[in-house]
Design a protein around this ligand. Structure first.
Ligand code: ACO
Length: 430
């Protein structure tokens, strides 16, 4: 017998059988529950989608209680240890690890798109000298839509794939130009003889030397960070990508919107906020007082807590380990001790334990980024580059899903109903 939920409506005394599939009921099945013939039917109220599945997806699996993360069934720990970002991007997109030939073709298909149209460069030059690189990034990604009008053909899978490769290839170039812009340096063109992460480091840091030497430890650490950030199922940015994409707009416009969602301090902007917080705390001696403030509701412990993880974020654990590899090359980050102390105290404190607040991906990533030589404003951009692989895979899945339509939630209307317009001279007189 199929699983069902029996609902008794006390208003009418009627009983309803609602099918349960995959541990969910269809919200539309509730619509038939009506108090009267004219009644619209029952809806669900879920302001931040805390208990609503918006899609069926085969890309990323998270068990928040156990702290498990898998891309297409492969544990994140194994991918971080053995894979590369571009291989992971292939996995997210096509569902299987590539053969050597498939990987070669995929990588070649991406690197040939790393260059930006020269006019994009001119466009980026127009930003103020102190423009936040994430603002520059998301505007420039949006501007790309005007360069590729055929990206509007979202129903054509081949066309989608072409622009997916373009997006994965061009986001590092845009990010590097945004960074060079804010530091007043000339833009460095991509070097396709380097790895994905190596080329990015070259575009960021090359100066007058004939050949920029990419440090292999830092190159690998960056690639691991890219793997860890590649996808995370239906988070705020991905939900934006899907919601905007559901209107059948081109992927550049949708990705600009997803990047804007990521920019916020409660999402990808948290890694920048962690560094600001650590600087404000200043020393280990100030940690207890800071924790007390947080507990009183005067601010949050940035880099802690997660909507889905109610245990240690597995990405935070991998990043913490990678941080030590980076510090071997760059020297330790003085804020590390402070972060470790903050983590130690928070993990023992009843307030955090009771609420299951653990370090998330952003708690340690900023420390590595800073050691790699990045200013905090770049941190969210460094998140957006690899998240592009997840966004485009999710966007492609959206367009293959017959269940999907334009995303358009309902509301509970709490305002006035029909009333007559009040002429200006009569307003404020009652
Ligand atoms: N510091 C202190 N208290 C916190 C924190 C925190 N970082 N996070 C949650 N809480 C508390 C809340 O005040 C609330 O307490 P209450 O029950 O007494 O009211 C309780 O824990 C539940 O918190 P919610 O806000 O309901 O949890 P939600 O799932 O909505 O928020 C979020 C998740 C936004 C990540 C939150 O934990 C937060 O703001 N963290 C800090 C910002 C951050 O690190 N964001 C990065 C997340 S990872 C990412 O996006 C890549």
């Amino acid at each position: 017998m199929a699983d069902t939920l029996t609902i008794t409506d006390n208003r009418t005394g009627k009983q309803y059988e609602v099918p349960i599939t995959d541990g969910t009921i269809k919200a539309m099945d509730l619509r038939k529950i009506k108090a009267s013939e004219e009644d619209f039917g029952l809806m669900t109220y879920d302001p931040a989608f805390t208990n609503t599945a918006s899609c069926r997806s085969a890309i990323t699996y998270i068990d928040g209680d156990k702290g498990e993360l898998e891309y297409r069934g492969y544990p994140i720990e194994q991918l971080a240890e053995k894979s590369t970002y571009l291989e992971v991007a292939y996995l997210l997109m096509f569902g299987e690890l590539p053969t050597p030939t498939q990987l070669h073709d995929w990588e070649q298909g991406i690197v040939k798109h790393t260059l930006l149209h020269e006019n994009i460069k001119h466009l980026m030059r127009g930003f103020r000298y102190d423009a936040h690189p994430m603002g520059v990034f998301l505007s420039t990604v949006g501007a790309l839509s005007t360069f590729y009008p055929d990206a509007k053909k979202v129903h054509d899978p081949e066309m989608r794939l072409k622009h997916i490769k373009r997006l994965i290839a061009k986001t590092p170039t845009i990010a590097a130009y945004a960074y060079r812009h804010t530091t007043g340096k000339f833009y460095v063109y991509p070097d396709n003889n380097l790895s994905f992460a190596g080329n990015f480091l070259n575009m960021l840091f090359k100066m007058t030397e004939a050949k920029f030497e990419v440090n292999p430890v830092l190159e690998r650490a960056l690639d691991i960070l890219f793997i860890l950030h590649a996808d995370h199922e239906q988070n705020c940015g991905t939900n934006a990508m899907r919601a905007i994409g559901s209107s059948e707009v081109d992927p550049y416009s949708a990705l600009a919107g997803a990047s804007a969602a990521l920019y916020g301090p409660l999402h990808g902007g948290a890694n920048e906020a962690v560094l600001t917080m650590l600087r404000e705390i200043g020393s280990k001696a100030n940690v207890p007082a800071f924790i007390e403030k947080v507990k009183k509701g005067e601010g949050r412990l940035m880099g802690f807590g997660h909507r889905v993880y109610k245990s240690y974020d597995p990405r935070a654990r991998i990043i913490k380990k990678a941080a030590y590899d980076v510090f071997e090359v760059t020297g330790t980050n003085p804020l590390l001790d402070l972060a470790l102390e903050l983590e130690r105290i928070a993990l023992e404190d009843e307030y955090f334990v009771k609420r299951k607040l653990y370090p998330n991906v952003d708690f340690y990533s900023g420390l590595i980024y800073q050691a790699l030589g990045f200013a905090p404003e770049m941190f969210t951009v460094l998140f957006a580059i690899p998240r592009t692989a997840g966004w485009v895979a999710q966007w492609d899945e959206l367009h293959r899903d017959a269940d999907q339509k334009i995303a358009r939630p309902r509301q509970i209307y709490t305002g006035y109903r029909t009333r007559d317009y009040i002429p200006m001279e009569k307003r404020g007189k009652e």
